[in-house]
Design a protein around this ligand. Structure first.
Ligand code: CUA
Length: 348
């Protein structure tokens, strides 16, 4: 074996070892990240990974072979000392050309089988007994609205609660431009297209947990700030959450009380709904705030729900989320902002 070839093979072996080591690395070295498709938690996400994994390994083999041949040729046939002129020029090689036409065709056909099989498996499953939980997801500029079935009567924003171990069908649409719903560990991506509804499904994990989601379609200056969270709850927790969310706020509120009055002065009433007896806060332009105090985040999942963050958000939404429909309110006095924040934080 020529020494060059030996060196190339040694290099390839080392590369292979590194790849295998990465593939076999314990989770402690590469913990499942919050938004990782290679740590699926649902049946639907596993169907996707079942296609993704073999394709990835086929690509790794192709990469190693092609790069190996390239390196071998570059080193083995490099210009030697004293060599003059161009090397011998070669044109056309029928065997090679047939080979590199047929091999890709075979690979594409091999990939097509699992792809089609799982694509069909991902069609919305029949649900004759109506066991699935159907939730309408509306992409907003730039946040998410989740509308639960009528019998639950829940509409909420940016934090999707789901019962554990339940078939869920999400019906996706948008009231502005195209967005894309993506919770990598729960399902694949699906666009939210204005004027039409497209669905995805998955069976929620059996253990309560939180999963990160993200808009996956470039939709404007705050595309990267269009986040959301999915909370998988135990059955009792979910029922309790839904019962609370469906009702009006438990904070005693009247139109004259400090919080609502300050929110009218601030113009918040034009866009937000807060449900209490005799409430004028009925607009659905912005996120519903009836139970906003119980959410872990605000502003489409970009800020932890703390009084300071909320005050900053009320004053400068255009700075924190460029292009957001909510205008800056830096003209409000500190006292007004504090009153609004204290009221909203109390809305559990
Ligand atoms: Cu919505 Cu990107």
């Amino acid at each position: 074996m020529p020494p060059v070839l030996r060196r190339v093979l040694a290099g390839l072996a080392a590369l292979g070892l590194v790849l295998v080591a990465l593939g076999c690395a314990p989770e402690s070295l590469f913990p499942p990240t919050h938004q990782s498709t290679v740590y699926p938690e649902t049946d639907a996400a596993r169907l996707i990974l079942d296609v993704y994994r073999p394709i990835t390994w086929i690509m790794v083999v192709i990469f190693v072979v092609v790069e190996g041949l390239l390196l071998y040729a570059a080193i083995r046939y490099r210009r030697k000392p004293g060599q003059q002129g161009n090397p011998r020029q070669i044109h056309g090689n029928t065997a090679l050309e047939i080979g590199w036409t047929i091999i890709p065709v075979v690979i594409v056909i091999a990939i097509a089988f699992p792809t089609l099989r799982n694509l069909w498996a991902l069609a919305i499953p029949e649900d004759p007994n109506g066991e699935a939980l159907h939730i309408k997801v509306v992409g907003k500029q730039w946040w998410w609205e989740f509308e639960y079935p009528e019998e639950l009567g829940v509409v909420t924003a940016n934090e999707l609660h789901l019962p554990a171990d339940r078939l869920v069908v999400l019906e996706l649409t948008s009231d502005n431009i195209i967005h894309s719903f993506w919770v990598p560990r729960l399902s694949g991506k699906r666009d939210l297209v204005p004027g039409r509804s497209q669905a995805i499904w998955f069976t929620t994990p059996s253990e309560p947990a939180m999963y990160y989601g993200q808009c996956a379609e470039l939709c404007g200056p705050s595309h990267a700030l269009m986040r959301f969270r999915v909370f998988v709850d135990g059955p009792e927790e979910f029922a309790a959450w839904a019962a609370k969310e469906a009702g009006p706020t438990v904070v005693p509120s009247t139109m004259e009380s400090d919080g609502p009055a300050a929110m009218i002065a601030g113009g918040c009433v034009a866009c937000h709904k807060i449900d209490f007896e005799g409430s004028f806060f009925q607009s659905r332009l912005g996120p519903i705030l009836t139970h906003v105090g119980s959410r872990s985040t605000i502003a489409g999942g970009i800020l932890d729900n703390t009084p300071d963050n909320m005050a900053e958000w009320i004053r400068f939404p255009e700075r924190l989320k460029p292009g957001a429909l909510m205008p800056n309110n830096d003209w409000l006095t500190d006292e007004q902002v504090d009153t609004i924040v204290a009221y909203l934080q109390s809305l559990e």
